[in-house]
Design a protein around this ligand. Structure first.
Ligand code: KIV
Ligand code: ZN
Length: 432
């Protein structure tokens, strides 16, 4: 017996997702500067926030949640700086988050004074555990909380007519909320905001904490997609976290289930095990022939900016960007890669064993692809000596020399670089 409640899946007779594929990029929204930032050991100061903002703009994000301006002076000042120093490109919209509390909402609109465009993001918890334990509110009271604060958005926005406002609502813990109740709250909010197909609002569905397998969440998204009122006037967004390590799958299935927009962070920074890793999802699309509309062609530069801003390292095995992800130590893998490279012609479809993406598309070189340690064979050794030193070893010599290399590595247990191999070769064969 488990102490955890099993999920009751939604049953749909004609479900869409199992044979669906992703054919177009979603609207991306970066929440690095808000959700990502609030999870850092040392939250970013204004200079680091600005550097991250500029990096996000360079990647191509058109919607960027820049902070929670009522939460701290730094957050408020950063929004003011972006607006007063005219740092927001014309095709980018900043987004800010606020809880459904009057003083916080007033402060949020104050922070946005003079913004050309803004997405203001309202949230309140809707899940039973939050209603009962944290908020002590009934279902009716939760609906009233959302509606009254949604109304406050309307009133405050009307006082700043020069700004082009978009409103966003998140039922926090949507993935733990009864579907009928989340629909009730969402419909009540959109009834206040009265979005139209020309001027949509955003309804954002978070897995605030991931509890279910991704297909269960996707079924919930599909149900919401089919049942909410004014669907044609709503941008349906999802905001996965990664508690079960399935944030990427959750996001991909949610897109197949009807979501239009994704919120996440670069390299999966964020609360606990992180937010959805937008790099992962974007590059998964890329490797399947769908351009994500984001530019990761210099992924190492992006990584170093993000590491600097977050003061957190990116794991060497992180998909697409880790130091080791284009490297093969294994002899049989090296052999296959070498053969495929030898056969490959310019313009060919990428069909490379053990390399799901061409490292060059992300600004990486082929140098790190083949490296030599005790797991490698003669092929890798010969490849490095030839590519770095122009030395073509006949097959018999490859076999002989690889035995010497193996002895060396058995003794040291360490990787040997091309320079180490060349030095060993010179000493083995007494070349001056
Ligand atoms: O994870 C979450 O639920 C959030 C909301 C505030 C959108 O970050
Ligand atoms: Zn979140």
């Amino acid at each position: 017996a488990s102490k955890y409640r099993p999920f009751a899946p939604v049953r749909l007779a004609d479900r869409r997702w199992p044979d669906a594929v992703i054919t177009q990029a979603p609207i991306w929204c970066s929440v690095d500067l808000r959700d990502g930032n609030q999870a850092l050991i040392e939250p970013m100061d204004i200079a680091r926030k600005m550097r991250m903002f500029e990096q996000l703009v360079k990647i191509g994000f058109k919607e960027i949640e820049v902070g929670f301006p009522s939460a701290s002076q730094v957050e408020f000042d950063f929004v003011r700086k972006l607006i007063e120093e005219d740092r927001i490109p014309d095709d980018v919209t900043i987004q800010v988050l606020t809880q459904a509390r009057e003083p916080l909402i007033r402060r949020t609109f104050e922070a946005l004074a003079g913004a050309p465009r803004a997405i203001v993001h309202l949230y309140n918890a809707t899940a039973p555990v939050m209603r009962r334990v944290v908020l002590g509110m009934s279902e009716d009271e939760i609906v009233e909380l959302a509606v009254s604060h949604a109304q406050m958005f309307q009133d405050l926005a009307a006082r700043q007519p020069a700004t082009d406002w978009t409103f966003e609502y998140s039922p926090e813990m949507y993935s733990d909320t009864e579907l009928a109740f989340s629909k009730r709250v969402i419909d009540a909010v959109t009834a206040v905001w009265q979005p139209t197909p020309e001027k949509k609002c955003i309804i954002n569905l978070p897995t605030t904490v991931e509890h279910s397998t991704p297909n269960i969440f996707a079924d919930m998204v599909e149900w919401t997609h089919r049942h909410i009122a004014r669907r044609d006037s709503v941008v349906l967004s999802v905001h996965p976290h990664n508690d079960r390590g399935t944030g990427t799958a959750t996001a991909e299935l949610a897109l197949m289930a009807g979501a239009d927009r994704l919120e996440g962070c670069l390299f999966g920074n964020g609360e606990r095990t992180g937010n959805l890793d937008v790099v992962n999802v974007a590059l998964n699309m890329y490797t399947q022939g769908v351009h994500p509309g984001l530019d990761f062609s210099d992924i190492d530069a992006i990584r170093s900016t993000v590491e600097y801003c977050n003061q957190l390292p990116v794991h060497p095995r992180h998909p697409y960007v880790g130091d080791l992800v284009y490297t093969s130590f294994s002899g049989s893998h090296q052999d296959a890669i070498k053969k495929a490279f030898a056969e490959r012609k310019e313009g060919d479809i990428w069909d490379m064993p053990y390399l799901p993406i061409d490292p060059k598309d992300l600004g990486r070189s082929y140098e790190a692809v083949i490296r030599v340690n005790s797991q490698s064979g003669k092929g890798g050794i010969a490849y490095l000596l030839e590519s770095e030193y122009g030395l073509q070893l006949p097959r018999r010599l490859q076999i002989e020399f690889s035995a010497a290399v193996q002895r060396e590595m058995d003794a040291s247990g360490k990787e040997l670089t091309a320079a180490d191999l060349w030095a060993l070769f010179q000493s083995e064969y007494q070349i001056q």
